[in-house]
Design a protein around this ligand. Structure first.
Ligand SMILES: CC(C)(COP(=O)(O)OP(=O)(O)OC[C@H]1O[C@@H](n2cnc3c(N)ncnc32)[C@H](O)[C@@H]1OP(=O)(O)O)[C@@H](O)C(=O)NCCC(=O)NCCS
Length: 147
């Protein structure tokens, strides 16, 4: 079955009407809070025969005069891992943020998630120390400067 790559922007209300993406999110983050966007959502995803097998989701926030993109969730189904799929989706998401006028793209990963960390480093993200630990302590904060 050929893999198909998709990308779109959603309002929080429209995100509620994407059961395929929401189901995938629950499958990979069952113990995490249910992702409920508060502003413009950007998503990139891959399907195999109509089933979602990977996604990367982010949100655009306006902080003062700057637009910031936050990558909030990414996941790749086990059968498709280790082939650069996460990198491909994250880079597409960064580009989508770029065309939306974003200055910095931020994300974080737990220290033990070396696969996620290596994938993000491979996309060009760099670790940084935030002025406030917006995702709590004990995580690695990463930033991709767009301008
Ligand atoms: C994290 C995740 C999205 C990565 O997806 P992926 O498509 O396999 O990632 P990529 O292929 O783009 O990159 C994986 C990187 O980790 C590296 N890697 C794989 N196994 C590794 C290991 N055991 N130790 C260290 N690095 C490892 C790969 O070599 C690659 O790095 P490289 O490009 O420098 O070679 C996927 O494992 C996943 O869905 N995990 C569960 C959900 C999750 O943790 N999401 C991220 C937090 S929101």
């Amino acid at each position: 079955m050929p893999l198909q790559t998709w990308g779109a922007e959603f309002t929080p209300e429209l995100w509620d009407k994407t059961p395929h993406l929401k189901r995938f999110e629950r499958r990979f983050f069952p113990n995490d809070y249910v992702y409920q966007p508060e502003s413009r959502v950007f998503a990139e995803w891959v399907t195999n025969g109509g089933h979602v097998v990977a996604f990367a989701v982010g949100e655009l926030a306006i902080l003062g005069s700057k637009r910031v993109g936050y990558i909030t969730r990414t996941a790749v189904a086990k059968a498709h891992r280790g082939k650069g799929m996460n990198k491909q989706l994250v880079i597409a998401l960064v580009n989508r943020f770029k065309y939306a006028g974003v200055h910095n793209v931020m994300t974080y990963t737990v220290v033990s998630n070396v696969t996620s960390l290596n994938s993000l480093l491979g996309c060009g993200f760099k670790p940084y120390w935030p002025t406030s630990e917006w995702a709590g302590p004990g995580v690695v904060y990463l930033r991709y400067k767009l301008c």
